[in-house]
Design a protein around this ligand. Structure first.
Ligand code: SAH
Ligand code: SF4
Ligand code: F3S
Length: 450
């Protein structure tokens, strides 16, 4: 068995892609390695969203080069290195120039060709195979039906790419145009994942709620309809989807949160800023009020829904007043969790060329202030679940022996004591103690006592 080590950065779509790359290489005799040291092939699946993310890849390549040289010099063994993902797509040529020891470069739309590329590698040859075209053939049609089990909670990509072109974002360039996988293909994959033991599926897309397709009834389906269909699958107990764009939150999808018990009461809905001026400069194409209206409607359908968002501070031209509007929106929205980032100028995006870039210290101060407010909201949300009962999905062992890690319906990380054989079960618990980033719970016995 040859050993394959994959390191993954970035979003959940990259996590999904990494698993699919492992599935693609399994028929060639590659199995999982515990680390890069003894691997025959190392794949770096990269993220280009912020500058730091891309730089991490180059420092990792520096370390790999030493391992590759050592394998060749001391063991006469060839370690192949592939770079995949969004940095590969954006900077394929730069990678082979800065790191000529890289054997293969594949983009998010071409990784299905990995087995073909591997077969073209000559032993010892210093030749790079770069494949980052956006191919005409659909990647998803070329992925193997065979796949390893994914555990109790699995990802399923249903949509890729983005046509929104927010002025700060590289995704439309690295992932290409919006594409929705056909209904039938999604249903087949969902049933396979459930048959292999997954009980929760998270549908993935850069813009997942832009998903659309033709249903078996001949009608045009949106994501809400797809979720209703998936909920019919026996053994599929929980559904989630991410990431959504406010403009594509249609009524049917919001109503699914009322109608479909399997659809978890949690939604990640990025807004980026609370200032209409900045939202416009970002090309988000909605106002702060539009966004809050969507949250109101969602809460009408599902009053207990937990919301999360993404924020960027220090977008070019952002003033103290714009930033104050962001803080105002946070308090009006009431988040259970959120992610916030300092604006990072990305090559090739319209915002990177703006002359009114915000000073680094100002951005850092705003990020700290925003995170403080978001942390307080998250703590308040977690606190308010203390003492309540809910069903959690037990996903894996936690760090400490005898401790298990689970997810609440609201996407909270839950820790509890219990034996390993509970992994994969959905069980009632009472939340005993709230922390900033997780909660503790105890199992209820059949009589409902903790
Ligand atoms: N498709 C999703 C998320 C894409 S990237 C959406 O529409 O929101 C995930 C998050 O990274 C974004 O929501 C944004 O908050 C952040 N992000 C994207 N580009 C960035 C940049 N240039 N600088 C800082 N943060 C960025
Ligand atoms: Fe990027 Fe905007 Fe597309 Fe999200 S919607 S992936 S932030 S361009
Ligand atoms: Fe990063 Fe590409 Fe995802 S840039 S966030 S890995 S789509």
């Amino acid at each position: 068995m040859k050993q394959l080590y994959i390191k993954t950065w970035g979003c959940q779509m990259n996590v999904y892609d990494s698993d699919r790359m492992a599935d693609l290489l399994a028929p060639l005799g590659y199995g999982p390695a515990s680390g890069p040291e003894n691997a025959d092939m190392v794949i770096l699946n990269t993220c280009h969203i912020r500058e730091k993310a891309a730089e991490k890849m180059f420092s990792e390549l520096g370390r790999l080069r030493k391992l590759k040289d050592r394998a060749a010099d001391q063991q006469g063994r060839e370690m192949r290195i592939a770079v995949a993902g969004c940095v590969a797509q954006a900077e394929g040529a730069e990678i082979t120039r800065r790191a000529p020891f890289v054997d293969m470069v594949v983009g998010p739309q071409t990784y299905h060709r990995l087995p073909e590329l591997v077969s073209q590698l000559d032993p010892g040859a210093r030749r790079h195979l770069v494949d980052t075209e956006f191919p005409a053939e659909a990647k998803f049609d070329s992925l193997p039906e065979e796949a390893s089990p994914r555990g109790p909670a699995a990802f399923l990509s249903v949509q890729e790419g983005c046509d929104k072109f927010c002025s700060f974002c590289v995704v439309p360039y690295t992932r290409g145009a919006e594409f929705s996988r056909p209904v039938e293909q999604i249903l087949v994959e969902a049933k396979r994942l459930v048959a292999q033991g997954s009980r929760e599926l998270t549908l993935l897309g850069q813009n997942v709620n832009a998903w659309h397709g033709q249903g078996p009834d001949g009608r045009e389906w949106g994501l809400g309809r797809l979720l209703r269909q998936l909920a019919e699958i026996d053994g599929l107990d929980r559904l989630r989807y991410t990431t959504s764009h406010p403009l594509d939150m249609d009524e049917d999808l919001m109503m699914a949160h009322r109608d479909v018990p399997a659809l978890m009461p949690y939604l990640h809905l990025p807004v980026q800023s609370g200032s209409d001026r900045i939202l416009q400069a970002m090309n988000r194409r909605h106002t702060a009020a539009d966004y809050l209206k969507i949250l109101d409607r969602l809460r009408q359908y599902r009053p207990d829904i937990a919301l999360s968002g993404d924020f960027i501070v220090g977008f070019p031209g952002e003033t103290d007043r714009d930033f104050a509007d962001t803080l105002k929106l946070v308090d009006a929205a009431g988040y259970a969790a959120a992610y916030s980032f300092k604006y990072s100028a990305r090559p090739g995006t319209p915002a990177a060329g703006q002359t009114d870039q915000v000073e680094a210290q100002v951005s850092a101060d705003r990020l700290a202030a925003l995170q403080q407010v978001l942390d307080a909201w998250q703590m308040a949300f977690n606190k308010q679940t203390e003492g309540s009962q809910m069903d959690i999905l037990i996903e894996k062992s936690a760090g400490r022996p005898g401790q298990l890690a689970a997810r609440s319906p609201y996407m909270q990380s839950v820790y509890l004591d219990g034996p390993r054989d509970l992994i994969g079960q959905i069980l009632p618990v009472v939340i005993s103690e709230a922390g900033q980033n997780s909660v503790r719970a105890s199992l209820l016995d059949a009589k409902g006592a903790a």
